[in-house]
Design a binder for this molecule. Structure first.
Ligand SMILES: Cc1cc2nc3c(=O)[nH]c(=O)nc-3n(C[C@H](O)[C@H](O)[C@H](O)COP(=O)(O)O)c2cc1C
Length: 201
């Protein structure tokens, strides 16, 4: 069994089917659902936030798992009014832009796990998030997507996975804020706690 566990080390979530042969040579199949623990791994929470929801959640996650934080900020600020911001974001998305972002993660190589926390913008992550993901070598790291949205994730979580093809991944979640009038992340902390536990923290 120990050898089997070693063989699956590095998989994000694994189902091990172990054949146990008894003294009478009859076989019983045991299925174990195991998530390799990420506790104690050097972790970064990278986040983008325009109106504060994702920032609040990201900081909560960082505090829960003992992670460093990095805020992804577009060099040219987005408009502070909602409608102009949506127009700016849509034009940028339609053009497939990779806008310049502020600052750099110091020594990305030190991290084993990178949470990528974003709001859903036009059914995906804001473009500066892709600038961020394409700027670093995330090969072999465990990338964990997370999003907040008014109505749903659309393809956001999958898009973050697609943008980090050489990384391992754990299942992400989307916190939907519709029923809270678009705010009140604190009421969702229980859901975040449960998810962190499920993915190995
Ligand atoms: C430019 C823009 C586009 C958005 N597009 C979507 C969307 O496609 N689907 C959705 O459910 N919510 C959408 N929203 C709502 C945000 O995802 C939601 O309010 C999120 O929690 C905001 O996170 P933040 O406070 O960290 O910026 C959009 C908001 C903005 C500003």
């Amino acid at each position: 069994m120990a050898a089997m566990l070693l063989a699956v080390a590095g998989l994000s979530a694994c189902t091990v089917k172990a054949k146990q042969v008894s003294n009478e040579t009859s076989e019983t199949e045991t299925t174990m659902n195991e998530v390799m623990s990420l506790k104690g791994k050097k972790t970064l929470v990278a986040y983008f936030s325009w109106s504060g929801n994702t920032k609040e959640a990201a900081q909560y996650i960082a505090q829960k798992v003992g992670a460093d934080e990095f805020e992804i900020i577009r060099e040219k600020p987005y408009p502070t009014e909602y409608t102009p911001c949506t127009e700016d974001a849509k034009a940028e998305k339609d053009a497939g832009e990779r806008p310049a972002i502020k600052g750099k993660v110091e020594n990305m190589a030190q991290y084993d796990v990178v949470f990528v926390c974003v709001p859903v913008w036009w059914y995906t992550a804001p473009m500066p998030v892709y600038t961020f993901l394409e700027q670093y070598d995330l090969k072999g790291k465990t990338v964990i997507p997370f999003c907040t949205a008014y109505s749903g994730p659309s393809s956001t979580l999958k898009d973050i996975v697609k943008a980090t093809p050489e990384s391992d991944h754990r299942d992400g979640i989307c916190i939907v804020t519709k029923e809270m009038g678009g705010k009140d992340m604190a009421s969702k902390h229980g859901r975040i706690d449960k998810w962190l536990n499920e993915i190995g923290f």
